[in-house]
Design a protein around this ligand. Structure first.
Ligand SMILES: Cc1cc2nc3c(=O)[nH]c(=O)nc-3n(C[C@H](O)[C@H](O)[C@H](O)COP(=O)(O)OP(=O)(O)OC[C@H]3O[C@@H](n4cnc5c(N)ncnc54)[C@H](O)[C@@H]3O)c2cc1C
Length: 435
């Protein structure tokens, strides 16, 4: 195998320029000084021949895992290998929603842990990720759905998580645009999680990358992994477009490409890749100051700080690695929007895009050892991996560093599919399009 690595990279790492502390005082000082004192937010590292830990994928989970490995577990001999520039995968393509309103206790605990980490993240990273706890409001449209949402809210409250019932009148007062008595699915009420909200998605990638780089992690962009090295059942490193890189532990954090990368190691995962679309309209004055979800179909919407309405729906109904999506799903999502919020009908859609989703057979993620020694998997995030980034990163770092699952993520192991202990939040069965 070829080894074209730069031997001086170790010294470069020691001499890495730091971006310094960001603050209002610094902004003022740099403004007065002609903006000449800024340096790169994260170092453009050259890969070395060997690391203790290699993380494949510079998305939210890969970067967060690297950050927590270096800062919580004292393992700084880490590289994140990203095939393009960081932040262009799902971490920068999602609809930015964070929440912890789940039905199963183990999921509530995991996502609530993540929400608590979001609440302190900007201070921890010294980076403005625009965490906005504007609330998430889930609407219901039938009595059966009211029962289901009430049970979920009761469970959340028993676990110390915020959940508040909302009458029709309260829904209307909070979001006047909602057509409560729409002919198809009249709104009967809602449940609000006041601490839910949004976070500026690409700032999350930049913030973790900067903090991980300052903690000594090498972030290697434009370094696609093309193979996984093995000696028997032990992983020895990865083959990349820039040569072979050895490692004690390799962690896959490639979201929609999980099954593709696992196949390079000879593994087959219970994951399918599907495209999920998102849309943004032209900017308007503030009209929705909460994250709103429709209960009679798959539709969610929030307003960005620039004024555009950001919305999405369900995955397209076929497997794909495309990042665009198709018109039938765009029409279905628009129909849901018009049922619930007919006042938006004349807004123009400015942009539409897609991301490759790693859909598991039970709708829950995987943070786990694999049958191969030294190969760890973080993946299967389905619709909800953005909000899970802090908890996913920390619990994956725990698994790598300690060799055993973090107690909050122990239920997310890979064995559960073979053992029949699936974590099926919706009880929908092994059908990705139903999760
Ligand atoms: C349209 C859309 C809306 C969404 N909305 C929400 C939401 O509102 N809330 C929420 O919680 N979740 C949401 N999600 C899901 C969430 O974005 C993902 O689950 C999460 O971002 C996935 O984790 P990640 O950030 O690590 O993935 P990614 O950012 O996709 O990171 C994986 C990285 O691996 C890299 N990679 C792949 N193959 C290789 C290789 N061979 N070598 C090197 N690198 C490789 C990719 O380039 C990519 O950068 C949404 C997703 C989409 C697509």
């Amino acid at each position: 195998m070829n080894r074209p690595h730069n031997p001086s990279a170790v010294n470069e790492r020691a001499a890495r320029p730091l971006s310094g502390r960001y603050s209002a005082w610094r902004l003022l000082r740099e403004g007065l000084g002609g903006q000449r004192g800024w340096s790169r937010a994260w170092a453009k590292a050259e890969p070395r021949a060997r690391y203790r830990v290699l993380i494949i994928g510079g998305g939210g989970h890969g970067l967060a895992t690297a950050f927590y490995l270096a800062t919580e577990y004292g393992i700084g001999d880490v590289a994140v290998l990203e095939r393009g520039p960081i932040g262009l995968g799902n971490v920068g393509r999602n609809t930015t929603i964070i929440r912890s309103n789940y039905f199963r206790p183990e999921n509530v605990r995991f996502y609530e842990f993540s929400l608590k980490l979001w609440e302190g993240l900007e201070r921890r990273l010294n980076f403005n990720t625009m965490v906005s706890q504007r609330g998430t409001l889930n609407l219901f449209h039938t009595e059966a759905q009211r029962d289901l949402f009430t049970r979920r809210a009761n469970l959340m409250r028993l676990l110390g998580v915020d959940a508040e019932p909302q009458s029709r009148e309260e829904v209307k007062a909070r979001v006047p645009l909602v057509d409560l008595d729409n002919g198809r699915y009249p709104v009967l009420g809602g449940f609000l999680q006041p601490r839910g909200g949004t976070v500026r998605h690409d700032a999350v990638a930049w913030g973790y990358a900067r903090a991980a780089s300052e903690a000594g992690v090498d972030i290697v962009e434009h370094c696609e992994v093309t193979g996984i090295g093995r000696e028997g059942s032990k992983v020895t490193g990865v083959q990349t477009r820039r040569g072979f890189i050895g490692a004690d532990t390799v962690c896959l954090a490639v979201a929609g490409h999980s099954s593709h990368l696992a196949r390079m190691a000879g593994l087959r995962l219970p994951i399918e890749s599907h495209v999920l679309q998102a849309f943004v309209t032209e900017a308007v004055k503030p009209v929705i100051d909460v994250v709103l979800t429709y209960g009679a179909g798959h539709f969610y919407i929030n307003q960005s700080d620039k004024g555009g309405l950001v919305y999405g729906g369900a995955i397209d109904g076929y497997n794909s690695y495309g990042q665009r999506g198709t018109l039938p799903m765009a029409e279905e999502v628009a129909a849901a929007a018009m049922t619930l919020l007919p006042g938006l009908a004349r807004l123009k859609v400015l942009r539409q895009w897609g991301g490759v989703m790693d859909m598991t057979m039970d709708g829950s993620p995987i943070i786990s050892h694999t049958p191969l020694e030294g190969l760890i998997l973080n993946g299967g995030w389905c619709y909800g991996g953005f909000k899970a980034i802090p908890a996913g990163g920390l619990t994956t770092a725990h698994l790598v560093a300690r060799g055993e699952p973090h107690p909050l993520a122990a239920h997310l192991n890979l064995d559960r599919f073979a053992a029949g202990r699936t974590v099926d939040e919706r009880g929908a069965g092994p059908f990705p399009y139903l999760h």
